[in-house]
Design a protein around this ligand. Structure first.
Ligand SMILES: NC(=O)C1=CN([C@@H]2O[C@H](COP(=O)(O)OP(=O)(O)OC[C@H]3O[C@@H](n4cnc5c(N)ncnc54)[C@H](O)[C@@H]3O)[C@@H](O)[C@H]2O)C=CC1
Ligand SMILES: O=C(O)[C@@H]1CCC=N1
Length: 274
């Protein structure tokens, strides 16, 4: 397993917004030498800009030789323009890592010299607190050493799962990439339902947030299967059973609703490819 100090050169981050900024913070937290990092971004968010300045990281350098790793974290929609500009900075040994939704290995490869090593990945926002999960696929040019380096960079923000079938990345995007938004929506909807049923709105918000965060933490810390944790809450013929009869409805419950949502997100990921 590689560590960040095994990276044979600079790490160039292209796009230091929410996701790129969280990754940079994770790398620095794990001891990446700021002198071995550089950022290209015309307007990083203020907190990321402050971190770049405080750590003395080179911002918008267009020289310094080919980086060992170029990690691309701009929006998929600006990718063609941005990749056309940054591709000449890569050398024959540069590993390109993308975290962009939808953008395929084939699309990424088309901007770089033949035989460039490319990893396509999809992280999620809990990366900002080191609790993300990333799913990644390498192209055929990625060496075992480069794969270990990509793994170390992605693992700085949480877990990493490698797949061989690129089509799985679109589905992973719909499950874990977008997934945090579904969980936040659950907290919002639970709060709104509590307020509608009579709780003061601010109290409903606090209860819903504490419940979602506590349930997630319980699942994480105990390692108990979510179905078992659900059963642990559910007394026979009690209040939870009454609610679950609605939520587990085979036609209108969470199951079919989430299946539809995941299918829509995966479809959108495939659309973003072109
Ligand atoms: N936010 C999320 O939950 C997730 C995002 N992603 C992917 O991460 C990528 C970035 O998303 P966010 O960080 O949320 O967006 P963001 O808008 O926060 O960050 C994008 C950054 O790119 C910079 N940028 C714009 N033009 C540029 C250029 N020409 N050169 C260099 N940098 C440029 C912007 O200034 C900004 O700081 C997207 O491709 C998205 O699909 C992947 C998984 C989860
Ligand atoms: O919504 C999006 O397109 C990005 C990718 C996964 C999460 N956010």
């Amino acid at each position: 397993m590689a560590t960040l100090s095994d990276i044979p050169g600079r790490v160039l981050l292209v796009g230091a917004g929410k996701m790129g900024g969280a990754m940079l913070e994770g790398w620095l937290g794990l001891g990446l030498d700021p002198a071995m990092a550089a950022v290209i971004d015309p307007g990083p968010p203020p907190e990321v800009a402050a971190m770049i300045e405080a750590r003395g990281i080179a911002l918008n350098p267009l020289n310094g030789g080919p980086p060992a790793v170029m990690l691309v974290a701009v929006k998929p929609q600006v990718a063609p323009d941005v990749l056309a500009r940054v591709a000449p900075l890569a050398g024959p040994h540069t590993l390109v890592v993308s975290v962009m939704a939808g953008r395929t290995l084939g699309f990424l490869e088309s901007f770089f010299a033949p035989a460039t090593a490319v990893v396509r990945s999809i992280p999620n926002t809990p990366a900002a607190i080191g609790r993300g999960v990333t799913v990644a696929v390498p192209n055929a040019e990625v060496t075992p050493e480069q794969m270990a380096i990509a793994d170390a960079l992605l693992r700085a923000t949480g877990g990493v799962e490698w797949v061989e079938d690129e089509a799985l990345i679109d589905v992973a995007t719909a499950v874990s990439g977008s997934g945090p938004a579904y969980v936040f929506l659950l907290a919002e909807a639970l709060a709104a339902a509590g307020a509608e049923a009579g709780l003061p709105a601010d109290m409903a918000g606090r209860l819903a947030q504490a419940t979602v965060a506590g349930a997630g933490e319980l699942m994480l810390r105990t390692g108990i299967d979510p179905a078992q944790l659900r059963r642990n809450v559910t007394s026979p013929n009690g209040t939870t059973a009454a609610a679950l009869a609605v939520l587990m409805d085979e036609e209108k419950g969470f199951g079919p609703l989430l299946a539809e949502a995941v299918a829509a997100a995966a479809r959108r990921s495939r659309e973003l490819a072109s």
